[in-house]
Design a protein around this ligand. Structure first.
Ligand code: NAD
Ligand code: DAU
Length: 352
């Protein structure tokens, strides 16, 4: 059997592909357009592995997706492909509309046509799993309960609005056409192969490079962190046993203020790779202009996933963040590779 994964050269998709093939021999066709965030270096260990077929292409290319579906006859499609960085969506929303909305729509159309042509047993077994985010729910006040699946959609950035639109399309394809879909809405991920434009890998990278550690505003915004491999296990569980047409929140019950996250990273780096001058990496912290429309707090209630499907994260924030820092110390070559070229231009523009 085969699954089709989109965006499998990115952070979460890449971790998912590696994780999947570490525990299964089921083939993966990996469709990725290799934007600045797509990195084949992440998948280097799969070179020559017949279980992984990489296809360079766009989810918005309906003819390409249709031909891949016809050729490989996957039993499931998992959609990780997206523009994913909030700050980039503020500077240039068009790419987010194109991939997250038009791309998802074209993917749905191709999958619908393929699914319609399957026999009854294959139709019943087929799944389209759409990977989404907690940001579609908007921002929480300090005392408000965590987001459940019933929380209304209130996206605040072009990124989250485009993800919300894609979630609605996926929902509509189930309701209208009966397409067997599942949606996951996950909180902030961290872990290996995370592109260093996002807070945690950016801070680790800048700390080691002797650069400023930029904190937006007062650093009191709260995010709910989940180790990426726990996100992968949740997706596998939802794919196996999720109820059709349902959405599942995924999170690790790890709410942290940004400044506390950065302090934790500095403390681990101080221990594992002390600065030559014996000063703390904390001295590199710099408060910079806030993100426009910055969401104050995200918090995920993952109770439904735990109650219905028995999923729980394996890592606490403390164990996961230590593993992550150690991974970056051990994989400086991977970081160097991504920090060349396009990434550097972006950083210069964002932090000018
Ligand atoms: P990422 O930016 O690291 O990777 C995205 C991947 O998609 C890249 O490999 C890129 O080349 C590919 N891609 C982009 N446009 C494409 C297109 N048109 N066609 C084919 N491939 C395309 O993103 P990520 O952090 O791995 O996020 C993956 C998914 O998970 C996204 O849908 C995102 O919204 C969602 N998500 C992310 C987080 C997080 O904390 N990173 C949390 C919850 C949900
Ligand atoms: O909640 C899930 C979302 O998490 C995903 O849907 C997104 O794809 C993913 O990028 C992430 O979005 P955030 O905006 O929360 O992540 P980011 O790492 O960009 O920022 C985390 C917090 O840190 C946020 O409050 C902004 C702040 N920040 C970020 C950067 C890059 C800083 O203070 N300084 C920075 O330089």
């Amino acid at each position: 059997m085969t699954i089709l994964v989109t965006g499998g050269a990115g952070f979460i998709g890449g971790n998912f592909v590696l994780d999947w093939l570490a525990q299964s021999d089921e083939k993966i066709v990996n469709l990725d357009s290799l934007t600045y965030a797509g990195n084949l270096d992440t998948l280097r260990s799969l070179d020559g592995d017949a279980r992984h077929v990489f296809v360079h292409g766009d989810i918005a290319d309906g003819a390409l997706v249709a031909s891949l579906l016809a050729e490989h006859q996957p039993r499931a499609v998992l959609n990780f492909a997206a523009e994913s960085h909030v700050d980039r969506s503020i500077h240039g929303p068009a790419a987010f509309i194109q991939t997250n909305i038009v791309g998802t729509f074209n993917l749905l159309e191709a999958v619908r046509a393929y699914w319609n042509g399957l026999d009854a047993a294959a139709q019943a077994a087929f799944r389209l799993l759409h990977v989404s985010t907690d940001e579609v729910y908007g921002s929480l006040d300090a005392e408000a309960p965590a987001f459940t699946e019933q929380h209304r959609y209130e996206p605040n950035s072009p990124y989250s609005a485009s993800k919300a639109a894609s979630d609605h399309l996926v929902r509509a394809y189930h309701h209208t056409y009966g397409l067997p879909v599942l949606t996951t809405n996950c909180s902030n991920n961290y872990g290996p192969y995370h592109f260093p434009e996002k807070l945690i890998p950016l801070v680790i990278h800048n700390a080691l490079a002797g650069k400023a550690l930029p904190i937006y505003g007062d650093g009191q915004q709260i995010r709910d962190w989940l180790y990426v491999k726990d996100h992968c296990s949740a997706i596998r569980r939802v794919l196996d046993a999720g109820r059709l047409g349902e959405t599942y929140n995924v999170g690790g019950w790890n709410e942290k203020a940004n400044l506390d996250v950065v302090h934790t990273l500095c403390a681990i780096l101080d221990e594992l790779q002390p600065r030559a001058d014996a000063q703390s990496y904390r001295t590199q912290i710099t408060f910079v202009k806030d993100r426009p429309g910055h969401d104050k707090r995200y918090a995920i209630d993952a109770g439904k996933l735990e109650r219905e499907l028995g999923w729980k994260p394996a890592e606490t924030f403390e164990t996961g963040i230590r593993k992550t820092v150690q991974w970056y110390l051990d994989h400086q070559g991977w970081v160097q590779n991504v920090t060349s070229g396009n990434y550097r231009n972006w950083v210069e523009q964002q932090y000018a």
